[in-house]
Design a protein around this ligand. Structure first.
Ligand code: URA
Length: 210
Protein backbone atom coordinates (compact mmCIF):
# COMPACT_ATOMS: atom_id res chain seq x y z
CA UNK A 1 0.00 0.00 0.00
CA UNK A 2 1.33 3.45 -0.82
CA UNK A 3 1.94 5.85 2.06
CA UNK A 4 -0.63 8.59 2.39
CA UNK A 5 0.21 12.24 2.47
CA UNK A 6 -1.77 15.40 2.19
CA UNK A 7 -2.77 15.78 -1.44
CA UNK A 8 -0.74 18.35 -3.35
CA UNK A 9 -2.47 17.65 -6.60
CA UNK A 10 -4.93 19.91 -8.17
CA UNK A 11 -6.46 17.72 -10.80
CA UNK A 12 -10.12 18.53 -10.49
CA UNK A 13 -10.53 19.13 -14.21
CA UNK A 14 -12.67 16.71 -16.10
CA UNK A 15 -11.52 15.51 -19.48
CA UNK A 16 -14.01 17.89 -21.11
CA UNK A 17 -12.52 21.05 -19.72
CA UNK A 18 -8.81 20.28 -19.76
CA UNK A 19 -6.87 23.37 -20.85
CA UNK A 20 -4.74 21.21 -23.12
CA UNK A 21 -6.10 18.35 -25.17
CA UNK A 22 -2.82 16.97 -26.53
CA UNK A 23 0.82 16.84 -25.55
CA UNK A 24 1.75 18.72 -28.71
CA UNK A 25 -0.46 21.61 -27.61
CA UNK A 26 1.23 21.75 -24.20
CA UNK A 27 4.66 21.62 -25.83
CA UNK A 28 3.83 24.44 -28.22
CA UNK A 29 2.72 26.74 -25.39
CA UNK A 30 5.66 25.72 -23.21
CA UNK A 31 8.14 26.47 -26.02
CA UNK A 32 6.94 30.08 -26.05
CA UNK A 33 6.63 30.46 -22.28
CA UNK A 34 8.00 33.63 -20.66
CA UNK A 35 6.29 33.28 -17.28
CA UNK A 36 9.52 33.31 -15.29
CA UNK A 37 13.06 34.63 -15.63
CA UNK A 38 14.49 31.26 -16.62
CA UNK A 39 13.10 32.02 -20.07
CA UNK A 40 15.61 34.89 -20.40
CA UNK A 41 18.67 32.69 -20.11
CA UNK A 42 17.51 29.44 -21.71
CA UNK A 43 18.78 28.19 -25.07
CA UNK A 44 16.03 25.59 -25.45
CA UNK A 45 12.96 24.60 -23.50
CA UNK A 46 13.43 21.01 -22.32
CA UNK A 47 9.90 19.71 -22.42
CA UNK A 48 10.31 15.95 -22.10
CA UNK A 49 11.29 12.87 -24.06
CA UNK A 50 10.35 9.22 -24.31
CA UNK A 51 7.33 7.01 -24.80
CA UNK A 52 4.27 9.02 -23.83
CA UNK A 53 1.96 6.00 -23.96
CA UNK A 54 4.06 4.09 -21.44
CA UNK A 55 3.21 3.41 -17.81
CA UNK A 56 6.19 5.18 -16.21
CA UNK A 57 7.12 8.83 -15.99
CA UNK A 58 10.37 10.01 -14.41
CA UNK A 59 10.48 13.56 -13.09
CA UNK A 60 13.83 15.24 -12.43
CA UNK A 61 14.71 18.72 -11.19
CA UNK A 62 15.50 20.80 -14.23
CA UNK A 63 17.75 20.97 -17.27
CA UNK A 64 21.51 21.39 -16.96
CA UNK A 65 23.87 22.71 -19.62
CA UNK A 66 23.73 19.70 -21.96
CA UNK A 67 19.97 19.57 -21.71
CA UNK A 68 19.67 23.30 -22.36
CA UNK A 69 21.86 22.95 -25.46
CA UNK A 70 20.05 19.91 -26.88
CA UNK A 71 16.48 20.47 -25.67
CA UNK A 72 16.44 16.92 -24.24
CA UNK A 73 16.22 15.86 -20.58
CA UNK A 74 18.96 13.91 -18.81
CA UNK A 75 21.49 13.74 -21.64
CA UNK A 76 24.61 14.86 -19.74
CA UNK A 77 26.87 12.74 -17.54
CA UNK A 78 24.20 12.26 -14.87
CA UNK A 79 21.60 11.42 -17.52
CA UNK A 80 23.80 8.77 -19.12
CA UNK A 81 24.36 7.27 -15.68
CA UNK A 82 20.61 7.24 -15.06
CA UNK A 83 20.06 5.51 -18.43
CA UNK A 84 22.53 2.79 -17.43
CA UNK A 85 20.67 2.13 -14.20
CA UNK A 86 17.29 2.00 -15.91
CA UNK A 87 18.62 -0.25 -18.66
CA UNK A 88 19.60 -2.91 -16.09
CA UNK A 89 15.83 -3.45 -15.80
CA UNK A 90 15.08 -3.06 -19.50
CA UNK A 91 13.67 0.43 -19.02
CA UNK A 92 14.61 3.08 -21.58
CA UNK A 93 13.23 6.24 -23.12
CA UNK A 94 13.21 4.50 -26.51
CA UNK A 95 11.05 1.65 -25.22
CA UNK A 96 8.99 2.29 -22.12
CA UNK A 97 9.53 5.46 -20.08
CA UNK A 98 8.79 9.17 -20.42
CA UNK A 99 11.30 11.57 -18.83
CA UNK A 100 10.73 15.21 -17.90
CA UNK A 101 11.54 17.75 -15.21
CA UNK A 102 9.87 20.00 -12.64
CA UNK A 103 11.13 23.08 -14.51
CA UNK A 104 11.52 23.06 -18.26
CA UNK A 105 14.23 25.73 -18.53
CA UNK A 106 17.76 25.64 -17.12
CA UNK A 107 18.36 27.53 -13.89
CA UNK A 108 21.59 29.58 -14.29
CA UNK A 109 24.68 27.83 -12.87
CA UNK A 110 22.46 24.79 -12.31
CA UNK A 111 21.10 26.22 -9.09
CA UNK A 112 17.99 24.69 -7.55
CA UNK A 113 14.85 26.24 -9.06
CA UNK A 114 13.00 28.67 -6.79
CA UNK A 115 9.47 28.03 -5.53
CA UNK A 116 8.22 30.74 -7.90
CA UNK A 117 9.91 29.12 -10.91
CA UNK A 118 8.51 25.73 -9.97
CA UNK A 119 5.04 27.20 -9.53
CA UNK A 120 5.21 29.03 -12.89
CA UNK A 121 6.15 25.81 -14.68
CA UNK A 122 3.79 23.53 -12.81
CA UNK A 123 0.91 23.71 -15.24
CA UNK A 124 3.05 22.06 -17.93
CA UNK A 125 4.01 19.16 -15.67
CA UNK A 126 0.43 18.80 -14.46
CA UNK A 127 -0.76 18.71 -18.07
CA UNK A 128 1.83 16.07 -18.93
CA UNK A 129 0.62 13.92 -16.02
CA UNK A 130 -3.03 14.57 -16.78
CA UNK A 131 -2.69 13.58 -20.42
CA UNK A 132 -0.31 10.69 -19.90
CA UNK A 133 -1.85 9.20 -16.73
CA UNK A 134 1.24 7.20 -15.77
CA UNK A 135 0.80 4.33 -13.33
CA UNK A 136 4.26 4.87 -11.86
CA UNK A 137 5.97 8.22 -11.27
CA UNK A 138 9.64 8.23 -10.31
CA UNK A 139 10.63 11.34 -8.35
CA UNK A 140 14.28 11.67 -9.20
CA UNK A 141 16.08 13.75 -6.57
CA UNK A 142 14.99 15.97 -3.70
CA UNK A 143 13.59 18.83 -5.81
CA UNK A 144 11.10 16.49 -7.50
CA UNK A 145 10.25 15.03 -4.10
CA UNK A 146 9.69 18.48 -2.63
CA UNK A 147 7.51 19.56 -5.54
CA UNK A 148 5.38 16.41 -5.66
CA UNK A 149 5.28 15.28 -2.03
CA UNK A 150 5.77 18.58 -0.26
CA UNK A 151 8.58 17.25 1.88
CA UNK A 152 11.84 19.17 1.93
CA UNK A 153 14.47 16.83 3.15
CA UNK A 154 15.34 13.26 3.78
CA UNK A 155 15.20 11.63 0.34
CA UNK A 156 17.66 9.07 1.67
CA UNK A 157 15.03 8.09 4.27
CA UNK A 158 12.07 7.84 1.90
CA UNK A 159 13.68 6.59 -1.32
CA UNK A 160 12.33 3.26 -2.46
CA UNK A 161 8.95 3.76 -0.78
CA UNK A 162 5.65 4.10 -2.61
CA UNK A 163 3.51 7.21 -2.18
CA UNK A 164 0.07 7.99 -3.50
CA UNK A 165 0.16 10.00 -6.71
CA UNK A 166 -2.36 11.67 -9.00
CA UNK A 167 -4.88 9.50 -10.84
CA UNK A 168 -4.03 6.52 -8.62
CA UNK A 169 -0.41 6.52 -9.76
CA UNK A 170 2.22 5.25 -7.35
CA UNK A 171 5.17 7.57 -6.84
CA UNK A 172 8.62 6.54 -5.69
CA UNK A 173 11.49 8.84 -4.70
CA UNK A 174 14.79 7.76 -6.30
CA UNK A 175 18.25 9.13 -5.54
CA UNK A 176 19.41 11.60 -8.20
CA UNK A 177 22.11 10.29 -10.58
CA UNK A 178 24.36 13.31 -9.79
CA UNK A 179 24.40 12.10 -6.19
CA UNK A 180 25.16 8.56 -7.37
CA UNK A 181 28.08 9.86 -9.45
CA UNK A 182 29.53 11.45 -6.34
CA UNK A 183 29.12 8.17 -4.42
CA UNK A 184 30.81 5.52 -6.50
CA UNK A 185 30.73 2.62 -4.05
CA UNK A 186 28.70 -0.38 -5.16
CA UNK A 187 28.84 -2.11 -1.80
CA UNK A 188 25.70 -3.44 -0.14
CA UNK A 189 23.67 -0.52 1.26
CA UNK A 190 25.62 2.09 -0.77
CA UNK A 191 23.52 4.67 -2.67
CA UNK A 192 24.15 2.90 -5.98
CA UNK A 193 23.25 -0.50 -4.54
CA UNK A 194 20.08 0.89 -2.97
CA UNK A 195 19.10 2.57 -6.25
CA UNK A 196 19.43 -0.73 -8.07
CA UNK A 197 17.07 -2.32 -5.54
CA UNK A 198 14.63 0.57 -6.06
CA UNK A 199 14.70 0.21 -9.82
CA UNK A 200 14.10 -3.53 -9.49
CA UNK A 201 11.07 -2.75 -7.33
CA UNK A 202 9.81 -0.31 -9.98
CA UNK A 203 10.29 -2.93 -12.69
CA UNK A 204 8.31 -5.48 -10.69
CA UNK A 205 5.47 -2.99 -10.40
CA UNK A 206 5.71 -2.18 -14.10
CA UNK A 207 5.54 -5.85 -15.02
CA UNK A 208 2.38 -6.23 -12.97
CA UNK A 209 0.61 -4.02 -15.53
CA UNK A 210 1.62 -6.14 -18.52
N1 URA B 1 19.24 16.73 -13.88
C1 URA B 1 17.89 16.80 -13.86
O1 URA B 1 17.28 16.79 -12.79
N2 URA B 1 17.26 16.86 -15.02
C2 URA B 1 17.88 16.85 -16.19
O2 URA B 1 17.21 16.90 -17.22
C3 URA B 1 19.28 16.78 -16.19
C4 URA B 1 19.95 16.72 -15.03
Amino acid sequence: MPNSQQSLFNFDNTDENLRFKTLEEVKKVCNYCYKCDLSKTRTNVVFGEGVFSSKIMLIGEGPGQNEDETGKPFVGKAGKFLDKFLETQDISREKNIYICNIVKCRPPENRVPTNEEMAACREYLDAQIQLMRPKIIILCGSTAVKAMLGVKSGITKIRGQWFEGPFDAKMMPLLHPSYLLRNQSKAVDSPQWLTLQDIQKIKKELDSFN
